[in-house]
Ligand binder design. Sequence first.
Ligand code: ADP
Ligand code: MG
Length: 519
Amino acid sequence: MEEVPVKVAVRIRPLLCKEVLHKHQVCVRDIPNTQQIIIGRDRVFTFDFVFGKNSTQDEVYNICIKPLVLSLIEGYNATVFAYGQTGSGKTYTIGGGHVASVVEGQKGIIPRAIQEIFQSISENPSIDFKIKVSYIEVYKEDLRDLLELETSMKDLHIREDDKGNTVIVGAKECQVESVDEVMSLLEVGNAARHTSTTQMNEHSSRSHAIFTISICQVEKNTEAAEDGEWYSHRHIVSKFHFVDLAGSERVTKTGNTGERFKESIQINSGLLALGNVISALGDPRRKSSHIPYRDAKITRLLKDSLGGSAKTVMITCVSPSSSDFDESLNSLKYANRARNIRNKPSLNFSPESDRMDEMEFEIKLLREALQSHQASISQTSQTPSEGVPDQNRIHSLEEQVSQLQEECLGYQDCIEQAFTFLVDLKDAVRLNQKQQHKLQEWFSRTQEVRKAVLTQFPGHQSIGNLEEGPQHCALAADQVLFTQKELELEELRSQVQLMVQENKGHAVTLKEAQKMNRL
Ligand code: ADP
Ligand code: MG
């Protein structure tokens, strides 16, 4: 499996109005036409993508996220997570704020990705899509279902499925049909998210939020469907996680006390665990050693995305203000380490379900074959002697024979008359040699036919003996016919026996297939 590094983007937000008012200096900027960022006087970092203060939401989406959405539709799992200090622009970039009130150009990644997914669905009529969304947050190391607030956190569990993918058991998954439906669910979830006002951000997210959109694709085999044959299909289930991490923060700066202070501790410990996972994965010397995914909920949830089978983009958001220099430098170092993480993206075909479909189809065919055999056997056994179809056939053959006999009699009559007439004519008329020769030929042919009839049906006198001939002829023909019928009957009997044998074979195969299916 090919190794693909986690792609790391850095986005520098513009100075906010209050920062401009307080005459904050800019300490981070992008170097034009490069993928580099300079912080302070001379510290330069290189990333996969760099977005400066004038970058638009559209640019960020098209460059970083669109390829992930296309991969999702191809069948890969994808993750984008936003990292950075409080107030650096994570929620703005991911698009997890009050989505309904945001103008088109300001829309973040989630609304754009949703639009793209539904667009692609409408362009693929040969595929059946089923889309589900879930939205959970990790608040103070507890899971909360943002789409079903009544769900107790004790009912939500992080588990690994049989393919090693991380799943949240107990989270509500809403099946959706349209962009609007997803957007309203996103809005509901965002409203339920833990946010509060800190000195650094009016709407500081106090939790890590994971919005997941999962797509189940069932490929239709239209050709087969048109033929009325089996409807073969292939399942692909892929997921896109949009992760808006809570901001890294310094308690002294946020001015947090009481509950906010406790939150800060939890947020920072989760991010510390994430940092440790990133370090462990990114450090070539520690590659084979233990990766501390289990240290925090967020690292467990991001296991597939960091060092797993998903395609991942990490967007590090930084504030340009010199008052945030330390946090920004830290975030850039964090991001730089993440560049060393390698994932092994794999397509999520489910060969098991394909195999199951094939087996189900086989069973269906066998069942049909069995039913038709059983029906034909019961039909045969309904007639006490030889069976209705055979009798019908004999009857129609008999009719054909008597028809042919009648025709035959007609011809015989004609020939007889012609024979007598020509004998008279031969004596009465003077014929030339050629005519005599022709007539002689005809007489000898008629004689031959007479002889042939006599050999085939002994006792038959002559063509001319019309009183006796047809009766003998009919009797002989009947005899031949009965022998023929008997042979046919014998053949049919052996066919029925063969079918019974075959039927037994099918029953055995069916049993085996059912046994395998149950397994
Ligand atoms: P975070 O989620 O990292 O705590 P937010 O996304 O809430 O930060 O952003 C904090 C403030 O900065 C918000 O008012 C947001 O509108 C603004 N902001 C962030 N990034 C940008 C940007 N690229 N362009 C304009 N405003 C931004
Ligand atoms: Mg936020």
